[in-house]
Write a protein that binds this ligand. Sequence first.
Ligand SMILES: C[S@@+](CC[C@H](N)C(=O)[O-])C[C@H]1O[C@@H](n2cnc3c(N)ncnc32)[C@H](O)[C@@H]1O
Length: 208
Amino acid sequence: MGCGTGSYTKILLARGYEVTALDISQNMLEIAKRKCSCKLIKGDIRDITINEKFDACIAMFAVMGYITENPDIIKALTNIHRHLKQNGIFIFDVWNGLAVMRILPEQRMKVVENNEIKIIRFALPNLRAFDHICEVNYKLLILNKLQNTVDEITENHIVRFYFPQEIRYYLENTGFEVLKICPFLDLNGKVDENVWNITVIARAGGEK
Ligand SMILES: C[S@@+](CC[C@H](N)C(=O)[O-])C[C@H]1O[C@@H](n2cnc3c(N)ncnc32)[C@H](O)[C@@H]1O
């Protein structure tokens, strides 16, 4: 769910998993198509119907952060549950509200480059604490070293952060059992106010 450009779909396919990848963005799917030979579907996590039940659903790299409204969270989780087999696993990661409210989002700059291009990304956050939202305005400057040109792209991302106990509440009320809430990629770690990204692993119980 929320496969984006297919980077981890590609890894899962290489490991021999049978994957169906879904994203709401046609542009993302066009790139994913070049990298992944599997079923790619354009759709919204909240209401897509795929006539299949899956062993697992993975929504990695803050996909659930793009589901920002409470009723939509319920819709998305209910829909994911509907597409999982009994005891199917749902794995996702989100920003941890405990850390967001303690550390606070700040302005950041990131630079990546190779011989041809240099990309400079500025991230300007605007915290809307009451709504559990951080709006991040990204400005990217793309310097083409060969052609001596500069392009500018701006994007506004509205990202929801989640508190551990609300995650538990939403999942348990949509038919899931929470197996683990841990720091991102650290199954044995402990979540506290210092851990910005958290991974959640839940198991789908019987029909709700
Ligand atoms: C931060 S990106 C992560 C992309 C991908 N998982 C990766 O790791 O490269 C979030 C992705 O979620 C997708 N997305 C956001 N809301 C969605 C929705 N309601 N239904 C399906 N996909 C959604 C976006 O189009 C985007 O590709």
